[in-house]
Design a protein around this ligand. Sequence first.
Ligand code: HGY
Ligand code: MN
Ligand code: MN
Length: 415
Amino acid sequence: MDNMQPNIGRLKNDIEKISTFIDRSKLGHTRRGFTKEYKEARVWLRGKMEETGLETSIDAAANIIGKLKGSDKNLKPIIIGSHTDTVENGGMYDGTIGVLGGIEVVRTLKEKGITLRHPLEIVDFTSEEPSEFGLSTIGSKGMIGELSEEMLQRKDSLGRVLSDAIDDLGGNCSELKKRARKKGDAALYLELHNELGPVLDNKKIPLGVVTGIVGIHRYKVLVEGESNHAGTTPMNMRYDALAFTSELILKLQGLCRGKNSDDVVGTVGKLSVEPNASNVIPGKCEFEFEIRALQNEVIDELANKFIQEAEELSRKRNIKIKFDNISKSSSVIIDENIKKVLKENCDKVAKTVHLPSGAGHDANHIYEIAPVGMIFVPSKDGRSHCPEEYTSYEEIELGVEALINSLLAFDKNLD
Ligand code: HGY
Ligand code: MN
Ligand code: MN
């Protein structure tokens, strides 16, 4: 096979360009879904796809799709995708290298005069990270018809309704069900991503083939105690919502640690306290927790146990508690054949290991309609979802080259 090295200088320019569409009042790279910066980045990205010779469109879930024709009209498309939104105070590689790397794949193929048998779609999935609407992977859920009416009616803190926000990006929520892709509507889904964790960087190995992706269950919890004077209320006469919430946070940690398995994790990453004053006993707390694991049964078991124990404790403490499930994404085990082809083709480029993904991805949902495969490049010091997130351009280049090799192998052998 020809050398399939991409033009890393060209890709670097694109990564640096999209990184200018950020909220500069925040640290690092902040391009939250549905914001002004996000919309501007999408306009630029669509132009970039057009410039690359892709035929672009926006689907019902507002995903941006760039299509390249294949030589065999009977074949379903291979999709390469990721996302361009970020967490708040995030990094510049999570998601962007997958989308822009996909465009670089197309440019490289064109330069080499290669026409694939399958049509190819480069997809920028709408708002992959947890959004202000309390929902993540909105575009991939939407693409397969899994955005429920209840989800579409969720509001952000400004009172905006999710379905309006999707339509405002160019989507069409009234057509989501009709246009949903079904099993077999795509031949394969591939995603290049930075690992977002420490394994590759620790081992000093440049490439990883993903073996499985964790499932994630998220809940919103409302805790109601009683606010009162922080000086005059004796310790045994308080119904302190924050003190109780703290007990719950440690309980969640204990339950997840108890599983003694690296993939099993639980986090409370969002918390609000009312009235949030130093001399008032907190009367109300609202927090979100998530549990992740490679086995869905383990997540269910831990979530049920946590809820049950929290309810028992709430009765003891005379504090009210209410749980609302926000989202459940299922874990994915990557098919043996997909792993094998990816490993063979990554090995040709650089040293490669198998590893699981502790981060969720759009692949969790696209798995419902097609086999999925993911290639990881290292995250320096295992840092991500923070301004320090870093992957060198040399590492990104290896990732894109491995992606091209793998794509060509799948294109040849898949029907
Ligand atoms: O939260 C996640 O796992 C991903 O980065 N969206
Ligand atoms: Mn992320
Ligand atoms: Mn990501």
